[in-house]
Design a protein around this ligand. Structure first.
Ligand code: AMP
Length: 433
């Protein structure tokens, strides 16, 4: 059999990358819970129809990038290209919209799949963290999601993020803007890319987002959505910005920001960060307010706001910024059998130590003590427990603090208390730094 490779555009996570991916997940889910968001997990496979109606027929992710398949029962299914549609479906399935306390605040982390050309910052399987707040329409809720996102990045150690915001206005604002865009693009349509020809028909707002050079230049001269905002939308946007000002969150208004999905209205936003090496990973995340999404899917007419962050882009930047240095696969307590005969006792102690809540490896061989000490150091152990005949007979351990080099005998019955004390002091010491 030939060499087995992962599917194109998909990757393995191990070592530092796996630890960072987990840290990103735990940090953002933890922050979401600080903001009162509850975690939700939905299936990776859903009906093709859900995404067609959810993300919008005219979007790239549905038109070109969806992994579609038919199961053995002939059902047309797709690997989710984003998680919002599935969550809206779950809200309807669980009738969560009839709960007394609105808005629903939900958070998620999980894989998404898009059949895109793999390149920097673009994979075919990637992970998204995100939130959805559904069932209330308030500038304060829009601002809350942006604040949540900022808190998450802050706790991961990021600084200097750029938050781009824009207002897409309500339906009336967008309808009149769409016509203005069509008038602007009509004379140039012949020179534009094939996708833009179709966007012209389906949703000309998306033409502003085109990555083709000539089309990008054209977009610069296009009329600005800001000039077509109705009075209500303008007031709503200003209120949102005022709240952000009040929180001290810096932002830039980007009139060209339209976002890729059809369901957005009013406030939209994106997070960017220039990488120190000048690499462009694209937006770290983005989102915004949506009006008729649930209704579009056959549910109640409830507004919402949400965003999604791509974990792989965050991970790549953390490594570049040196935010990623983590202790390698650290264990806390090294178990060192002195001679083959003490191996069973050493294994028993390793079992007990983990029951006390400390990480330790099961020793498989006795081997030379010097080699065992070196391994303990490589694994980042703070404490070594030396276990020979004498320790076994006396049901005790010889505890060596690998930092202070001090040694002492500790009866097994007192070991948990002793380890607790050592690691508590270490934690306090860590906080002082
Ligand atoms: P979107 O739903 O397209 O706005 O995506 C939200 C976030 O997911 C983006 O800002 C990226 O960080 C991430 N993302 C989207 N597509 C990909 C991809 N193909 N590979 C890696 N990350 C992605």
């Amino acid at each position: 059999m030939g060499e087995m490779n992962p599917v194109k555009g998909m990757r393995d996570y191990l070592g530092e990358d796996m630890r960072l991916l987990r840290r990103i997940e735990e940090t953002f889910l933890g922050v979401a819970s600080l903001y009162g968001y509850e975690e939700i997990e939905t299936p990776i496979l859903e009906s093709v129809e859900l995404f067609r109606r959810g993300a919008g027929e005219g979007t790239d992710i549905v038109r070109k990038e969806m992994y579609e398949l038919t199961d053995k029962g002939g059902r047309p299914l797709a690997l989710r290209p984003e998680l919002t549609a599935g969550i809206m479906r779950a809200i309807m399935t669980g009738k969560l919209h009839s709960l007394p306390d609105m808005p629903l605040r939900l958070s998620y982390f999980g894989p998404a799949f898009r059949y895109e050309r793999p390149q920097l910052g673009r994979l075919r399987e990637f992970h998204q963290f995100g939130v959805e707040a559904v069932g209330a329409d308030s500038p304060a809720l829009d601002a809350e999601t942006i604040a949540l996102l900022m808190t998450g990045f802050r706790l991961l150690g990021f600084q200097g993020l750029r938050i781009l915001v824009n207002s897409l206005g309500d339906k009336e604002s967008r309808d009149s803007y769409r016509e203005a865009l069509r008038d602007y693009y009509r004379p140039h349509l012949g020179e534009m890319c094939e996708d833009c020809q179709e966007r012209f028909r389906l949703n000309p707002l998306r033409m502003l987002d085109c990555k083709v050079e000539g089309d990008k230049a054209l977009a610069k001269g296009a009329p600005s959505l800001q000039d077509y905002l109705g009075e209500k939308s303008r007031a709503r946007f200003e209120e949102t910005l005022k709240i952000l000002d009040g929180l001290g969150i810096p932002y830039e208004i980007d009139p060209g920001l339209v976002r890729g999905l059809d369901y957005y209205s009013e406030t939209v936003f994106e997070v960017h960060l220039l990488s120190p090496s000048g690499k462009d990973y694209g937006a770290l995340g983005g989102g915004g307010h949506y009006g008729g999404l649930l209704k579009e899917l056959g549910g109640p007419d409830l507004p919402g706001v949400g965003f999604a962050i791509g974990a792989e882009r965050v991970l790549a930047l953390m490594k570049e910024l040196g935010l990623g240095e983590e202790e390698a696969g650290a264990i806390e307590v090294a178990i060192l059998p002195v001679g083959e005969d003490s191996l069973p006792y050493a294994q028993e102690v390793s079992y007990l130590v983990r029951g006390m809540g400390f990480s330790a490896e099961t020793p498989l061989r006795a081997g030379k003590l010097s080699a065992q000490f070196r391994r303990a150091e490589r694994k980042g152990a703070r404490i070594a427990l030396l276990l020979g005949e004498e320790e076994k007979e006396g049901r005790k351990v010889r505890l060596k603090d690998l930092r202070s080099e001090e040694q002492e005998d500790v009866p097994l019955s007192e070991l948990e208390e002793r380890l607790d004390r050592i690691f508590e002091e270490e934690e306090e010491h860590g906080h002082e730094d």
